[in-house]
Every structure is written in C-alpha cells, then in structure tokens.
Design a binder for this molecule. Sequence first.
Ligand SMILES: C[S@@+](CC[C@H](N)C(=O)[O-])C[C@H]1O[C@@H](n2cnc3c(N)ncnc32)[C@H](O)[C@@H]1O
Length: 273
Amino acid sequence: MTIGPESFAFLQQFLKKRSGVVLDESKVYLVVARLLPVVRQHTLASLDALVDRLRLTSDPSLQRDVLNAMMTHETSFFRDKSPFETLKQLIPELVKKRGVMRQLVLWSAASSTGQEAYSIAILLNEHFCDLLKAWKIRIIATDISDVVLTRAREGLFSELEILRGLPTPLLRKYFTPLQGKWSISQECRRFVEFRQLNLNDPWPVMPPCDIVFLRNVLLYFDVPTRRAILERMRKIVRPDGGLFLGGAETMLGINESYNRIAGMGCSYYRPQP
Ligand SMILES: C[S@@+](CC[C@H](N)C(=O)[O-])C[C@H]1O[C@@H](n2cnc3c(N)ncnc32)[C@H](O)[C@@H]1O
C-alpha cells in the first residue's frame, strides 16, 4: 500500500499543526508503515481513504490514533548515561542552594513511556535517599501522547525494555515481577506525576523547575518551533538549574540566551539572567 502526494501533504500539515512535528518528503515509507495499522483498526480501504476521513470529518478517535501512530516514542532507562551522571553531580550543588525551601522540581518534558522520569527517581533513591525523606521532591513527566502516558503510569516494563539500559542490581532493587513484566516500585513511583502536555500549545502553569530534561524531542520540530519552546523554557528553568537536551540536539544558532555548562560527558544549559 502507498500514499498519494496530496494525502501525504495533508498529513504533513496535520502533524505540524497538532504537534509541531515536521515530516519531510523522505518519510513516505515511515508514514505507510505507521499508519497501516490505523487503516486496519478503522476498517478503511487505503491510506488515502484514511486521509479523506481525516480531512472531511472531525473524528477525534481517528485524529488521536493518527497522531499517536506518527510519533516516535523511542526511549530507554538511563538513555545516554552521561546526563544522569551529570544530574548526580548537580544535585548536591542544588541542595546547598535550596536549603531553605527544601524542595526540588524536575521535569521530564517529553517523557514517552516513562523510562526517563523513572530513571531520575531511581537515581534519587540510589544516591540521595536522605533527601527524599526530608525534602519535597516532584518529578513532573509530560508528553503529548495519552497512549504513552497510560503506559508510563502503569510503570510496567517488558524484559526487552528492562534490558535496554537498566543495570541488573537496580532491577533487583526497584522492580518486582508482575504478569510476565517488571513493575517499578512504589518508592520510585511516588515522586512522579504524569500529565498530558503539548509543547507546541500554550502550556498550563508550570512551577519553576530546577532541572528540565527536554531530550530527543526538539529534533522533530522546525527551527522556529524549537526557538519558541526554548524561549518559553527560559522562564521555567531556574537560572541556577539545568536544562538537558538530547545528544543530537543543540541551541547553536537557535537560542543564544542560555549559557552552556560542561557536565560529566555532556553539556547542559542555564538561562542567562
Ligand atoms: C523520542 S521520544 C523521547 C523520550 C525521552 N525524552 C528520551 O529521550 O528517551 C519523543 C517523545 O516526544 C513526544 N512528543 C512529540 N511531540 C510532542 C509535543 N509537541 N509535545 C510534547 N511531547 C511531544 C512523543 O510523543 C514522544 O513520546
């Protein structure tokens, strides 16, 4: 099955308007592979028929299924390692600065199925246990996709997902077997709040954040969208906090109003005062 150029152009616009995600011409194969299950699920005859339905009706379930299918939800525990090493190094510094408030707010801003937010929770349990007892710690985890958020809230991971990045001692300590999968412990779940948030729409009120992980999502947006999101993020990340981007993402030529700080094998950013 394939897709006509007009239908492809409509999908490009639909995705850009709804999420900010840019689909270039070379992605026809991706569209076909990802939308075929949606064609079947909605008992449609073809991809063009799916696009016609999308164009002519405002069927919310079809819109939702297309949007979810077109997103890349790739993630893993402790993805890229070095941001987590850097976070471990940064926390004692933040603890010194927040001694009066005794509160830390961390935001995983495109959390997918939750591995990033839960990796932060595991890191805090592993290395800053006393902090967790005495301080208010919030890990806010958001994503545009309600499907991945439902999975993230379940906190249930397959063997394959566990094997991708989670060291065995941490598996033993923070997970229990459940229904052939691995369930993350309450001591990690209790700090994590999952919410739906579209980075490309107006945001609900967010608290000032000490740490923001905005990783592996900007690369799907065009430069004006990246610039706008980074500008809004400037008002959320505390000037002495840290904003982490993905390994293939940069602020260079996009937003010059952050300082780049070298961490443990990766850099992070601080808004200029
Ligand atoms: C590749 S995953 C990155 C997950 C995690 N941050 C990591 O680095 O492992 C990208 C996530 O961004 C989400 N996403 C895409 N567009 C978004 C938007 N406009 N607002 C919020 N999340 C979005 C997708 O649903 C997907 O779960």
